[in-house]
Unconditional design. Structure first.
Length: 269
């Protein structure tokens, strides 16, 4: 379950931004909702990611996933100034398995300090200009691709609850793939991390949203694929809705859930 939920929880996102009187915050990214599914050892996992405006010039990307009785909720709030995402806060909660240790992270850009917590443990650490969180960096990557579709390398400083890490993605070529949305031309990006590799198939037609994600770790391959995408950027007739076929299948309890649930939030994808 650990090897599956990590890339699932960390899928790339899109967002809607409007124009601010204070700074330029316009972006071509529209509101959207995307559904992803995957399976691991007979366990079906479904995730829904949604963008919404929560107040003027403030936005939220939320991610909800479920498997059996387990529920995950992850969200990030941020602004965008001159094409740069500026995080305000990040949150992660999980219910249903193991010890539930919520993660909360806030950014103080005046002092360049971050305050984080995981369960009852608290942390403070220094930020750097341009630092992002585990969801907002995905938005930044999407904005960067829209601005320069021929980009071949991305490096982001990403904060979790206690520290900063560098997330690096490299272009691995173009590929046409078949999806539940139809056949799509995609840009393939890879991220290598010790004994794990993440591979993203990013579709320009869906505003540079990843429509397929593959994680290879210790010889095991897990794949997450898009099931449905709804956006105001295109007419409804051009979008494929598959929600009617997305019914829960009978599944049995698998002990791997209990073994891995407590470490899900520590992954760096």
């Amino acid at each position: 379950m650990y090897k599956l939920q990590k890339p699932l929880i960390s899928l790339l996102v899109v967002l809607l931004l409007t124009t601010s009187q204070v700074a330029c915050t316009s972006t071509p990214l529209p509101p959207y909702e995307a559904t992803y599914t995957t399976k691991l050892r007979g366990i079906k996992i479904k995730g829904v990611r949604k963008f919404e405006e929560v107040s003027e010039a403030r936005y939220r990307i939320s991610w909800r996933a479920k498997a059996l009785w387990m529920r995950l909720h992850e969200w990030s709030e941020f602004t965008i100034v001159d094409g740069r995402v500026k995080p305000i806060s990040y949150h992660y909660t999980r219910k249903g398995l193991g010890t539930d240790r919520p993660i909360h992270l806030s950014f103080d850009w005046n002092t360049l300090r971050a305050s984080g917590s995981k369960g009852e443990a608290s942390y403070e650490f220094d930020l750097v200009p341009g630092a992002l969180d585990k969801l907002s960096y995905q938005v930044q990557m999407q904005i960067d691709l829209i601005a320069n579709p021929k980009s071949t390398a991305f490096d982001y400083r990403v904060a979790n609850y206690s520290r900063l890490s560098t997330y690096s993605f490299r272009y691995a070529g173009a590929e046409k793939i078949n999806t539940n949305l139809g056949q799509r031309e995609t840009l393939v990006f890879k991220r290598d991390k010790k004994n794990k590799q993440i591979k993203l198939w990013i579709a320009p037609r869906e505003n540079y949203l990843p429509i397929k994600i593959e994680q290879l770790e210790d010889g095991d391959r897990n794949i997450v694929e898009i099931r449905n995408w709804v956006s105001e950027s295109v007419a409804p007739a051009t979008q494929l809705s598959s929600l009617s076929s997305d019914e829960e299948e009978p599944i049995s309890v698998n002990p791997v859930l209990q073994e891995t649930a407590n470490s899900i939030e520590d992954d760096d994808f």
